[in-house]
Design a binder for this molecule. Structure first.
Ligand SMILES: [Zn+2]
Length: 185
């Protein structure tokens, strides 16, 4: 690794993993090792537990480990905040209507990056690039309220046939524990 550290902005080589190559090269190398050990489990595309999990993309949230999930168990739908956007409804609709899931688990978390943003982010983008994004930032201040809003969006979607088992949680990134959010509170 290039150990030159006098520049205040890290160079590409300083960001590269030890051993050379880009981070993507490292992932591709890891995949070769994974595939060497891989045997076809013979599953079809329908999740074994008939559940879809919608969660924040946060790097500290290892969904499979945190929820005891195995390969093939669930659909995993992730974005910034774990927000139930139109595109999440699209995925859930396909998940339920074409791939047999019935339950939905929503997981937001402590220390989410969206808590430090406001809708002003869209104004900043517009000022910088001359175009206003069509999407909302979906920033929030109260994580419990944000989970409730997501549960409400799922429950009121006309496209989802199964909304009787929808539960929302906050994952604590410091303890690894889930806390359920009361939808009625
Ligand atoms: Zn987050």
């Amino acid at each position: 690794m290039d150990m030159t550290t006098s520049a205040s902005v890290p160079t590409a080589s300083e960001n590269a993993p030890a051993g050379g190559g880009t981070v993507t090269d490292r992932l591709v190398d890891a995949n070769a090792r994974y595939a060497a050990e891989f045997t076809d489990p013979g599953m079809d595309a329908r999740p074994v537990l008939h559940v879809a999990v919608v969660a924040c993309m946060d790097a500290r949230l290892d969904l499979h480990a945190a929820l005891g999930l195995e390969l093939g168990d669930c659909h995993t739908i992730r974005n910034a905040g774990g927000v139930v956007t139109d595109d999440v409804i699209r995925s859930l609709t396909i998940s339920q209507r074409k791939l047999g899931t019935r339950s939905i688990v929503l997981i937001h978390h402590t220390g989410c990056g969206l808590e430090s943003l406001t809708e002003d982010f869209r104004n900043e983008l517009e000022a910088e690039v001359g175009q206003r994004p069509a999407w909302a930032v979906e920033s929030f201040r109260d994580v419990d309220q944000d989970v409730r809003q997501s549960m409400q969006r799922v429950r009121t979607s006309p496209f989802l046939p199964h909304t009787d088992d929808v539960r929302g949680f906050v994952f604590d990134v410091k303890t690894g524990l889930l806390r359920e959010v009361d939808p009625a509170a």
